[in-house]
Design a protein around this ligand. Structure first.
Ligand code: GH3
Ligand code: MG
Ligand code: MG
Length: 226
């Protein structure tokens, strides 16, 4: 603020209106430069604060091990996705995935290799989904949820099948050699029309029941929620 009104009341009014600093008229060049320099420090501080906040936000929604979204993000975002889909009468589906006999990998090869397998699964699954709208979260230890907005049940089954075969088809390279890893899947979608009223919880429960059937019927398969 460059001002000729230098009463305390005027200065206070200017600062309260949002000015960070002021100089009096007529401006003195040396003072002006010094004030601008200190203003630059404020701007720089704000910039780094907002970058730090963005970084904190990013960390708070990311799974540290596999780099996908985490459970917290799923809990926060899935209800919003469902709400959006319902408001606009759009389809939405989700896929629940659980690695098969994962405990054995840990037991036989060690927890570190188990971690490598989890990362590899996440990387492959992410490679099989549409980056612009689909997203994936680590739901628990070796369980993942893939959220598919604008996707019908039939298309979601195709996505799950792609992720399943992408996992099983090629052994995963780990520090103890190559291991064939499979996963089981359960798929559920919002029911059509305005009658549907599934919450995130209900949708996940239905996908989980389908996943359980995939396990019971032999693993390494995709089952659709009834
Ligand atoms: P199923 O085919 O029925 O799913 O059997 P499973 O062995 O995969 O399932 P279970 O629930 O018995 O075991 C899951 C294992 O996942 C047990 C747990 O120690 C392991 N686990 C959970 N989180 C992590 C992790 O972050 N890293 C590693 N290495 N293991 C994990
Ligand atoms: Mg499990
Ligand atoms: Mg498992």
């Amino acid at each position: 603020m460059l001002t000729g009104h230098t009463d305390v009341a005027d200065l206070v009014a200017g600062l309260e209106a949002g000015a960070d600093d002021y100089i009096r008229k007529p401006a003195n060049e040396a003072e002006l430069l010094a004030r601008v320099k200190s203003g630059c420090r404020i701007v720089e501080l704000e910039r780094s604060l907002s970058a730090a906040n963005a970084r904190i936000r990013q960390l708070s929604i990311t799974d540290v091990l596999v780099g996908t979204y985490n459970r917290g993000y799923l809990d926060e975002e899935l209800p919003r996705e469902i709400e959006r889909a319902r408001r606009y009468g759009r389809p939405l589906a989700l896929v629940l995935a659980d690695l098969d006999e994962f405990k054995r990998i840990n037991d036989v090869h060690g927890h570190g290799v188990g971690d490598e397998v989890l990362k590899c699964f996440a990387r492959r699954a992410l490679g099989s989904i549409r980056q612009s709208s689909d997203w994936m979260a680590r739901y628990g230890g070796e369980e993942f949820v893939i959220v598919l907005p604008e996707t019908s049940l039939a298309d979601a089954v195709a996505v799950a099948e792609k992720v399943r075969s992408g996992c099983a088809a090629e052994p995963m390279a780990t520090s103890t050699g190559e291991h064939v890893v499979t996963a089981s899947f359960g798929v559920a979608a919002l029911s059509d029309g305005v009658g549907g009223a599934e919450t995130a919880e209900v949708l996940l429960r239905r996908a989980d029941a389908a996943l359980y059937r995939s396990k019971r019927e032999g693993r390494n398969r995709v089952t659709v929620a009834s």
